[in-house]
Design a protein around this ligand. Structure first.
Ligand code: GLA
Length: 760
């Protein structure tokens, strides 16, 4: 008997529903519910339902993922006639929660193992154990039909207010022989039909490279085509970011379309595949990249995959853009002690990397700190170049790995500078790249065996450096003690932890287990260092950086205080980068520095425009303030003061792009940060240029999420942070339905405005 098509299932639901209507119970609340008599579970969030069932033949399949359902009995029809597989539409077609390699499954699988006797096929069915905890967590056991001791526990956790489900699973080897995993992706997600033949889905992914992170790409899905986004480099990377969204077209940016979206919490090599079949069903899989993955389970051992979080909204990409960053922030708050308090804002920081590069010493940094403090800077960070004794870090060819203060640059260590910075009323931050080593370093000379390598195979340099094997405890312990020593001695409040090259030669030596485990051990080593540092120094803030935004995946977001989005600080480029990153990175975690970029001096970008772009998340300053005129210093002071007045809205609010940055004709971009149910909003509006003689006026910008019955005080700043260009009252209705006019953005290059809306 052929597998029921969804249409047939829905039809049957309708018929059965009418029949049983009189016995329906009150609408299902949020939380996880089990059907009273069937092995069917309803995961209900505020706006969505996710229904899984093993009630048919024991295979665990997805019944529904989409808008919220109200009744347990809604799905009686499906369980009355469960999916049955045949040679016509075999198990390949089924929407299995954990499609494995084995049997007649020919679509993307997420688990491949080698069992004893060389058997590489699995056949998993519900084992009868289900556990619901706190109404938000569900564990379901699956067993291999032929080997009852091979157990997989699927983990589900729902984020009710953000309509997101977190999935992972644990594989346990209860056999008395070893089992080898060669693929263990985290989850398979199944989307329903696009609603009709004339409607299609568009895949939103992010491409990039160094200095060009998170470029939003859209691709139309086609039947029979599989798309893959991935990193094989050992870290999350900039070439793509572990995020996807699938939106119904046309009009993905319209806030009323169905969008499915997800992100992987894994800072290592990863892959996400999106496959569409001829009927328009879409299967999304994702997790640790399987290319060179390997993990061996000895009898009694288990392996748990990272989390793949995904959600549904009927509010289009803007709805997805609110939910995933909120979700990341929620888990950051849960896990990161320094992030629990909503009223602790990310400090305005100064970092001289772009201004002076490696040219730093105690005296010069003290002088910069003295200039930075009166501007309102709250955190002073010393970047690369402060270390290296026998191989001084004067450029990027030497010194990495030698975490001792360069005696020429800092003859008395870092404490005098840190004390000075503290006396000036600022926190003190320091840069590390703990997982790396230059061959020209004492550490490499002493421990060449500590880098990832194969004996007899060349070690390929990138940025003149090699990657330390953080899978080795002795390496982690050594680096931890070095870093901890500085934190303790100098009184460091914050570290920026960098990672500036991809991995190669990833293997373990003298290891009695599977050497391919190195890929996972390296990432876990990074996580462990963060956890240990934060445990030893509970006040410590940790920034995840990787040549800019190479490590801003959900895994890093849930463990750290902030991420560095890009080494490209040119403001017009930043608009595009921030547009992409804002799909999953919480606004407060994204730093933007005001710098002197670009190096092309013919491009004059006003300081106001630079500040306004950097206002979009947490604010930093990276300009050469030694070269700032008195007027520039004064202007900066006032922008920083204004930012501090607005940052509760920007850092804690939700971000919308009212006008996404566009490359067509001219660059216009407008964002809105909305706070506290529409009590306040901050609008940042940018108009770069128009090449056309009469490009017309910028149309009124329709603001979202206000209270239409409220009156708002509207305050607008442009070039002068001290004197608003306009201040007046308008109703929420007018601001939302007719729009806000910004006539002075119409003339000239690089015009921008900050608008503050406050409910009167
Ligand atoms: C990377 C970071 C930069 C800076 C340099 C220092 O490129 O992204 O911000 O810290 O390293 O070498």
């Amino acid at each position: 008997m052929a597998l029921l098509s969804l249409r047939a299932i829905l039809l049957t639901v309708a018929i059965v529903s009418t029949f049983i209507q009189s016995s329906w119970a009150k609408p299902l609340g949020t939380g996880i519910h089990k059907h009273h008599s069937l092995d069917t579970w309803f995961l209900v969030t505020e706006q969505s339902s996710y229904v899984i069932s093993a009630a048919g033949n024991g295979y665990l399949v997805n019944m529904h993922w989409g808008k919220r359902l109200t009744q347990l009995d809604d799905l009686n029809a499906m369980v009355v006639e469960p999916p049955v597989f045949s040679q016509i539409i075999p198990v390949t077609e089924a929407r299995e929660e954990l499609p494995v390699f084995g049997g007649l499954r020919y679509r993307e699988n997420i688990l491949k193992v080698e069992l004893p006797k060389g058997i590489r096929e699995l056949n998993l069915q519900f084992a009868g154990n289900a556990n619901i905890t706190d109404k938000t967590k569900l564990d379901l056991d699956l067993r291999d039909g032929n080997r009852t001791e091979f157990l997989v526990t699927l983990h589900y956790e729902i984020d009710i207010e953000n309509d997101i489900i977190r999935r992972s699973y644990t594989v346990r080897n209860g056999l008395d022989d070893r089992v080898d995993l060669s693929k263990a992706s985290s989850a398979a997600w199944h989307l329903p039909y696009a609603l009709g033949w004339d409607e299609q889905r568009e895949l939103v992914t992010l491409s990039g490279e160094w200095s060009q992170e998170a470029m939003v790409q859209t691709t139309r899905l086609s039947p029979g085509v599989k798309h893959t986004v991935e990193s094989t480099r050992g870290f999350a990377d900039h070439v793509s970011h572990p995020y996807f969204a699938l939106a119904q077209v046309p009009n993905a940016v319209n806030p009323t379309t169905d969008v499915y979206f997800g992100a992987l919490a894994w800072t290592g090599s990863w892959e996400i595949t999106i496959h569409t079949d001829t009927k328009g069903f879409v299967r999304v899989t994702g997790g640790i990249h399987h290319q060179d993955f390997g993990w061996t389970l000895e009898p009694g051992e288990s392996f748990t995959t990272p989390v793949f979080a995904a959600g549904y909204t009927d509010q289009g990409i803007p709805g997805a853009r609110h939910r995933m960053p909120r979700h990341a922030r929620k888990y950051q708050k849960k896990n990161v002690a320094t992030q629990k308090d909503e009223n602790v804002f990310h400090p305005v920081l100064y970092n001289s990397w772009e201004a002076v590069s490696f040219d730093l010493n105690e005296e010069k940094q003290m002088a910069l700190a003295e200039k930075a403090a009166p501007l309102g800077i709250e955190l002073f960070v010393v970047d690369d170049g402060w270390f290296g004794v026998n191989s001084p870090r004067d450029n990027d060819t030497a010194g990495l790995g030698d975490w001792d203060t360069n005696p020429k640059k800092f003859p008395n260590g870092l404490k005098p500078l840190a004390d000075h910075v503290h006396k000036l009323g600022m926190k003190f931050g320091l840069w590390f790249e703990g997982e790396m080593v230059n061959p020209d370093s004492d550490l490499y000379r002493e421990h060449p065996e500590w880098v990832f390598h194969y004996d007899g195979v060349p070690e390929y340099l990138s940025r003149t450096q090699l990657v330390l094997n953080f899978g080795l405890k002795e390496v982690r312990d050594y680096i931890f003690e070095k870093v901890a020593g500085h934190i303790k001695e100098a009184g460091i409040d914050y570290i920026k932890w960098d990672f500036n090259r991809p991995m190669q030669g990833v293997t373990m030596h003298n290891y009695d287990r599977n050497p391919q485990e190195a890929w996972v051990l390296a990432v876990e080593g990074y996580y462990e260092i963060i956890a240990r540092l934060k445990e030893r120094f509970p006040h410590l803030w940790f920034e995840s950086c990787s040549s800019g935004g190479g490590r801003m995946d959900l895994g890093a977001l849930e463990r750290t205080d902030q991420v560095w989005t890009s080494d490209n600080t040119r403001p017009d480029a930043r608009l595009f980068i921030q547009y992409g990153a804002s799909l999953w990175v919480p606004p407060r975690m994204q730093y933007g520095w005001v710098t002197d970029s670009s190096s092309d001096k013919s491009i004059e970008i006003p300081l106001s425009f630079r500040f306004h772009v950097s206002f979009m998340g947490s604010l930093g300053l990276g300009s050469n303030i030694n070269k700032f005129s008195k007027e520039q210093l004064e202007e900066s002071t006032h922008w920083i003061a204004l930012y501090k007045k607005l940052r509760h809205v920007i850092q804690n609010g939700d971000l919308d792009w009212l006008v996404p940055p566009s490359r067509v004709g001219e660059l216009v971009a407008v964002t809105e940060s909305i706070y506290n149910d529409g009590d306040e909003a901050v609008i940042l509006a940018f108009r770069h240029n128009s090449p056309f003689p009469d490009s017309g006026e910028l149309s009124p910008i329709r603001i979202r999420h206000l209270d239409e019955n409220a009156i708002y005080r509207v305050t607008i700043w442009q070039e002068d942070p001290q004197n608003p260009v306009d201040e007046y009252d308008l109703s929420g209705a007018l601001l939302m339905y007719r729009g806000l006019e910004l006539p002075s953005l119409n003339k000239g290059m690089f015009k921008s405005a900050v608008v503050w809306l406050q409910r009167a």
